[in-house]
Design a binder for this molecule. Structure first.
Ligand SMILES: [Zn+2]
Ligand SMILES: [Zn+2]
Length: 377
């Protein structure tokens, strides 16, 4: 163990928590970086803070007394190495610390916000891709001041409250005595400069509201929820800062005949009972135009005819999914006398006047196909 924390604080091994606290306050007052100027004061302040961190915590102090340094990297057992640092202790004592990042002026120009725009598309757009002119309400660079925020011909002036540093230091009273704290300059909002004569068009914001039209190519294969990022197409930031991004969120309108499942499309094709038995060719209006669907003789209800490559475009890999045509065999509900007679003759020829009662095996037939269809398999 390199450092004796009791020596650092100048207390005995039997010091009470109160004595430790008093010793720390005295040393912190003396060594605080905002007060002390001497060489090495900051390092000593860190040593003192580390000693206090250990000795003020009963568990850590006990550990230290047993010969384990709870602040040593990897040696701290359950304390996760260094525990919390001197900065935290400082902030516990003073409220706000000498907040890092508040050491100098902040730039007036800041990045603009991102925007989310919803775009409704049709299934055909998702299948083949589409071109859209997307309108966004946004902020653009002020044409009068070009983002400088100043009336043309004028320029920002150094803030005379903070002298351009963007922060002001003030002396605060605490139980440690007088300490210096830094806070953003209220006169210039921390920018370090003030604008004596703001641009009349943007009121000194450096940007103006505008409606823009962005031409967008929507790739094939997008789906509801797909987001397309348009880098740098968002609003210009305050003070003419860099533009944010626009995200297009795709929403696909349902199609009246085709149901999309991933890259595949599904539809239902009604086929008369006689055509299903005899076989036929039916014309189906697909997204690619009319296609002839070959219904084989003996086609069963629920049977699927697969039309390869007539599905939705694949977003990342290219190519297209398939079109699944589900055959819906339609049994006639109204028969005239002649049709009834014909069907009776057919039934007699096939020996089906009194068909035997047979249950289909589980996992076969229309029900399982229907179940698979609903489950998306
Ligand atoms: Zn302006
Ligand atoms: Zn200022």
């Amino acid at each position: 163990m390199s450092t004796n924390y009791y020596d650092v604080l100048g207390v005995g091994r039997d010091a009470t928590p109160d004595q430790i606290k008093k010793a720390y306050r005295r040393l912190a007052r003396e060594l605080h970086p905002d007060v002390a100027q001497g060489e090495g004061a900051e390092d000593r302040f860190k040593d003192v803070s580390r000693a206090y961190e250990v000795l003020s915590n009963p568990e850590k102090r006990e550990m230290y007394d047993r010969g384990v340094d709870p602040t040593a990297p990897g040696g701290g057992g359950g304390f996760g190495g260094a525990g919390f640092g001197f900065q935290d202790i400082f902030e516990n004592f003073f409220g706000a610390g000498p907040s890092a990042g508040q050491r100098g002026p902040v730039p007036r120009a800041r990045r603009g916000q991102d925007a989310l725009v919803r775009v409704d598309i049709d299934l055909a757009d998702a299948t083949f891709g589409a071109h859209r002119d997307v309108q966004v309400d946004t902020a653009v660079l002020c044409p009068t001041c070009q983002g400088s925020c100043c009336r043309p011909g004028t320029s920002p002036r150094t803030c005379d409250v903070c002298g351009g540093r963007g922060v002001v230091q003030r002396v605060a009273q605490s139980f440690l005595g007088r300490v210096m704290t830094s806070s953003p300059c209220a006169a210039c909002q921390g920018f370090g400069t003030v604008i004596p004569d703001p641009c009349p068009e943007c009121s000194g914001d450096g940007r103006v509201r505008s409606r823009r039209t962005i031409p967008v190519d929507i790739p094939a294969g997008v789906d509801t929820g797909t987001r397309i990022k348009l880098t740098g197409q968002g609003e210009v930031g305050p003070g003419g800062g860099p533009a944010g991004d626009v995200y297009l969120e795709i929403r696909e309108r349902p199609h009246e005949t085709f149901v999309r499942r991933g890259d595949d499309l599904h539809c239902t094709l009604p086929v008369p009972m006689t055509a299903a038995a005899l076989g036929t060719v039916l014309e189906l209006e697909t997204l690619d135009g009319p296609r002839e669907i070959d219904i084989r003789p003996g086609t069963q209800p629920g049977q699927v005819v697969l039309e390869r490559g007539l599905g939705v475009g694949r977003l990342h890999t290219g190519g297209r999914g398939d079109l699944h045509v589900h055959v819906d065999v339609q049994v006639p509900t109204q028969l005239d006398e002649e049709q009834t007679e014909l069907l009776r003759r057919l039934a007699a020829l096939r020996g089906e006047e009194r068909p035997a009662s047979r249950l289909a095996a589980a996992g076969s037939g229309v029900f399982s196909k229907l179940r698979d269809k609903l489950a998306g398999r």
